[in-house]
Design a protein around this ligand. Sequence first.
Ligand SMILES: *[C@@H]1O[C@H](CO)[C@@H](O)[C@H](O)[C@H]1NC(C)=O
Ligand SMILES: *[C@@H]1O[C@H](CO)[C@@H](O)[C@H](O)[C@H]1NC(C)=O
Ligand SMILES: CC(=O)N[C@H]1CO[C@H](CO)[C@@H](O)[C@@H]1O
Length: 926
Amino acid sequence: MGRHLSTFLLLFLFTNSVFSWKKDEFRNCNQTPFCKRARSRKPGSCSLIAYDVSISDGDLVAKLIAKQSSEDISEGQTRPTKPLVLTISAYQDGVMRMKIDEDQSLSPRKKRFEVPDVIEPGFLNKKLWLQRLKEDKSENGPMFVVYLSEGYEAVVRHDPFEVFVREGGENGKKVLSLNSNGLFDFEQLREKEEGEDWHENFRSHTDKRPYGSQSISFDVSFYDADFVYGIPEHATSLALNPTRGPGVEFSEPYRLFNLDVFEYVHDSPFGLYGSIPFMISHGKSRGSSGFFWLNAAEMQIDVLGTGWNDENSSVLMLPSDQKRVDTLWMSEAGVVDAFFFVGPGPKDVVRQYTSVTGAPAMPQLFATAYHQCRWNYRDEEDVFNVDAKFDEHDIPYDVLWLDIEHTDGKKYFTWDRMLFPNPEEMQKKLAGKGRRMVTIVDPHIKRDDSYYIHKEASEKGYYVRDSTGKDFDGWCWPGSSSYLDMLNPEIRSWWAEKFSYENYVGSTPSLYIWNDMNEPSVFNGPEVTMPRDALHYGDVEHRDLHNAYGYYFHMATANGLVKRGDGKDRPFVLSRAFFPGSQRHGAIWTGDNTADWDQLRVSVPMLLTLGLTGISFSGADVGGFFGNPDTELLVRWYQLGAYYPFFRAHAHHDTKRREPWLFGERNTEIIKESIRVRYMLLPYYYTLFREANASGIPVIRPLWMEFPTDEKTFSNDEAFMVGNSILVQGIFTERAKHVDVYLPGDQLWYDMKTGTAYKGGVTHKLEALEESIPSFQRAGTIIPRKDRSRRSSTQMENDPYTLVIALNSSKAAEGELYIDDGKSFEFQQGAYIHRRFTFSNGKLTSTNIASATAAPHKFASHCTIERIIVVGLSPDPKTALVEPGNHKADVERGPLLLRGGPGPSSVLTIRKPNVNIADDWTIAIL
Ligand SMILES: *[C@@H]1O[C@H](CO)[C@@H](O)[C@H](O)[C@H]1NC(C)=O
Ligand SMILES: *[C@@H]1O[C@H](CO)[C@@H](O)[C@H](O)[C@H]1NC(C)=O
Ligand SMILES: CC(=O)N[C@H]1CO[C@H](CO)[C@@H](O)[C@@H]1O
């Protein structure tokens, strides 16, 4: 939820236009001295050389020293005078880590900040001990080569210093490199000189910068890449457009600085609520590689367009036949702690990245269903009315949300007892139908002495301090507020305790949490956030930590939900701010979007990008937060949103009510149908969530993740894959008559509504239907569904399954189904069912693929299969034989695929085979 419309802002709003991004409130690169300095550096200006290269404790270590020349001094540039220390370590599965920091043995002014609590502890155990250091001669002097892993080597070049990963062998092709363009710069901490002024001003704010300039910048090159992707969060295309070079579209770099941006625009490199400094490349010839910089200070990243340095091509030291994408990374502070991922497939890179930052948490099943939110559901009566209307219209939903107005004066963990006199009973009433509730809990704490959270926090000294050492006091929803210092583990566990049922009065086990405004948003702060010179635990400056603040808050809240009660249920916490690793704590949404068609469209690349960078549980507000969507836009948004991993409708305070039944009978039916499609597909989605949890591979994926050699998919961000089996194409224009859909691969695709077959490798011009957006099942796949319509996902637990089999040209297909209790952590002790279904030679076989350590007796399911739909079989079978049991099931032609769709004659249905979902069996079509 967004900025409040306090009187001063209202005035501001109305004197400008109502819907406009207030660009002036935020800094651009030119107003950001470190960015401006880094961007003005010339290729080849880095004068560092690598020396003392050796192997120590299984790492490669080297010193970087400056080759001082009189020219450098006359340019007046601040050059590192002390050596820097470079360390390279290798880890299993194709990950290389490189750190560069000041030399601690020379006692620098302070220890620069390294972000704790992000790297998965298990990752560190995957370290490989580097052994042999080989010295190669090159035209430019020695190169130090170390064997990294199967097929890859790390190389450190002496002069000028460069680090790269290449495929094994002397003429191995480069995969990724750093400082190949000589743009590396590291501003070392030093004492202030006489007369120097380190203050920086922006608008009415002054940043004291007590440590002066300490930025780091360098270039990274991705080889054999056609495009680069990643580095959320920006509202822009999936394939990142160049920000520098001839004829570029954006002139600003991609900014990573967590900000509460009021009414963000739909195509901009400007930084939004979260930051993940991880970029992934992709190209037809080699595949993918990735680069991640673990650093929580403000970052700016340029994608350098072809010809960005043509004038100075003499600095290029690369074989010219290797295509590459150059990028420039700039950060205000911290150290270099960078990870290189060798791929070579897109899924490999995502797996490698999530081996470092953690795989996404496994959500509870209910959280993957439909959520109904608005700022605000006013009172208990409103809640009960909305709940009843869903039933009256036979529309399923799982969660009803309460925004800030449910509290007593924006004091979180309290209730406005006039509006919500009986919160427990209210939650229990919904829980009776298998439904949950969510309340909002933000990080700004009202400075009100009668508020117990504030009282304790201020007494214990738990707030972030301003640069003078006093509790930082900023303006947010409650007025004067302070902000908990979540960097401190003690404060995080104190916070987690606040979610126990005793402490959070009025909460019950069916209540879950929403963290908003955790960038953090400070209405009267510089760029609507906290001053960079504010102080955290251990005197860490906010500038060092800024992008991870929301991450820590999310972590502490999720831990609170794990600990409450008997500690058995998986938590659900939605957060707006995020950082690498946020996937371990819960879901993310794309913040305060606007009800317009462009924002509907940009939701697809934004969510695909989050998925590529580890955060697979994400969604955009269905309907658009600001403004009133017209009916057609709202309907289209439901049709698309039903496929988002996180599916929630939400609306601003000042918008008209927009629950699904308010737009006439026909539109109610269409919206209901799109929500029901999601409920039918819940078994498939849940299986994908488990795949993401086990491997990092996102639930929704760019087409190129499934079709990595199909160039036509590389910049397609209007369509996406749900898992490997479903392709969804959004409709992003008003009154569209037709929609172009590119279907990749050389197999067929089946329209999920009608069963009509379409050829792959072709762009089809299809009629745009009112009732649905195009969705297709890929030939060769099997999708598990639950087709019976219920009030909530919980009530579907014992329902029978439907399998939809789409055969390919060899009349074969396969698919998976994962099931567990949908809520506890017991699946980690083996309490789950994991089946593979394969169809070949006219026979469907179900086999167990749970790992050997699984203990299926711990979790049983009595669900059966009530229907099997087979698409793409031409002969005319009469019956099906089920084994074991040797019983027959009826086979019929051409019934419905998805509700409402007429089935073509190539669709058959096996009725009531009545096999158990957990058993081994075969069904042969005769
Ligand atoms: C899967 O989810 C669980 C529960 O959220 C989490 O503890 C675990 O680390 C996740 N990842 C893997 C690889 O199991
Ligand atoms: C058909 O699908 C099966 C199962 O997914 C797969 O093994 C086979 O290679 C596919 N055949 C063709 C021609 O694509
Ligand atoms: C585009 C660019 O950076 N051009 C530079 C190439 O190098 C010369 C000499 O250093 C500069 O003067 C140009 O500006």
